[in-house]
Design a protein around this ligand. Structure first.
Ligand code: TRP
Length: 324
């Protein structure tokens, strides 16, 4: 069976951008692939420098996967930091990564443009991400569109390595859900922890409703026709409701006489319908810390077994240890 692998950075609580852009499409692969889904906690360390928050967000991300139906016995769920082979491979790959490649990374260029201080960790982020993928021989990587460039860099790095040692590393394909547009956040920009515009997935219903009501809209008065497609609230609604419900709401908005508050209520209801039960499971899972730790321990063990087999071949090829 081919391997699908993807990760979420626990830099905050998992939000509906993570869900729509990545988790939901990734879960649909569970029948046709061996799925490896992990918590990219070392990646979160580029921005989050608070140990207890990082640890707790990591557990939230794990519980989110489980609450949404990932079966950890058929698939693998693990924390990146529990698989040290990944860090070892990251160094090796850094010796096959041109500085020019890293200079072109959007994430790094954005940080530079915003004149944020850039650590070596931010700069070399794509190398660690390549190691995440290549250590396990992943065939496909389901990701949101924003990760496309990182995947291209991973392929490039793998090819360079293979050029020197033969085809040891599997060059992965990005699996980008073309129908999933960038998910907008509260202010209409891409939903992202770094813009502070996220809607966390499993807020209590009352808080969720409050947040949904805060989604920015234009100031077209209730009676006038509106443009649904350009509004974050409608774009989000479309992802949670079926196509025919979405079209019905769009028509109402276009006709005039329906205010944005109606659209927001519809979005809240649709979110409750698709995520309400998962929220209950999420709370149960978060309430049983020992069990969750056990799932992650088991995932780490199996992930290490996979990665260390490949790493043994890599180490031998590059001239470490004995050749036998
Ligand atoms: N960079 C990804 C993001 O920000 C998270 C990530 C880290 C990842 N390593 C990965 C995704 C490996 C896929 C595969 O969303």
């Amino acid at each position: 069976m081919k391997i699908a692998l993807s990760g979420i950075k626990p830099s905050g609580l998992p939000h509906i951008g993570n869900y729509l852009g990545m988790i939901r499409p990734a879960l649909r692969l569970a029948d046709s692939y061996q799925c490896l889904y992990f918590i990219a906690d070392y990646h979160a360390l580029t921005t989050l420098h608070n140990g207890s928050e990082l640890r707790s967000h990591s557990l939230s991300v794990a519980a989110t996967w489980l609450a949404l139906g990932l079966d950890p016995t058929r698939n693998l769920l693990y924390r990146q930091s529990d698989v040290p082979e990944v860090m070892e491979l990251a160094w090796i790959l850094s010796c096959f990564t041109g500085k020019g490649l890293l200079d072109r990374a959007h994430a790094f260029k954005d940080a530079q443009a915003q004149q944020r201080e850039i650590s070596a960790g931010v700069y070399t982020y794509p190398i660690l991400m390549a190691a995440d993928i290549l250590a396990f021989g992943a065939d496909v990587v389901p990701v949101g569109r924003d990760q496309k460039q990182h995947l291209e860099m991973c392929r490039d790095i793998a090819q360079r390595f293979n050029h020197a040692y033969g085809d040891l590393l599997i060059v992965p394909e990005a699996l980008i859900q073309e129908e999933v547009e960038t998910i907008p956040g509260l202010d209409g920009r891409k939903m992202s922890k770094s813009y502070d515009n996220t809607v966390p997935m499993f807020l209590p219903a009352a808080q969720l409703r409050k947040l949904v009501m805060r989604i920015q809209t234009d100031s077209v008065p209730v009676e006038e026709p509106k443009l649904p497609e350009s509004a974050a609230v409608f774009q989000l609604y479309r992802h949670f409701a079926g196509a025919s419900d979405a079209e019905a709401l769009a028509e109402k908005l276009r006709a005039g006489g329906t205010g944005w508050a109606v659209a927001k209520q519809a979005l809240f209801d649709a979110m409750e319908a698709s995520l309400g039960e998962a929220r209950t499971r999420y709370r149960e899972i978060m309430g049983d810390a020992d069990k969750l730790a056990g799932v992650l321990r088991d995932g780490a063990e199996r992930a290490r077994a996979l990665a260390s087999a490949r790493m043994a071949r890599v180490r031998r090829a590059i001239g470490m240890g004995s050749s036998a």
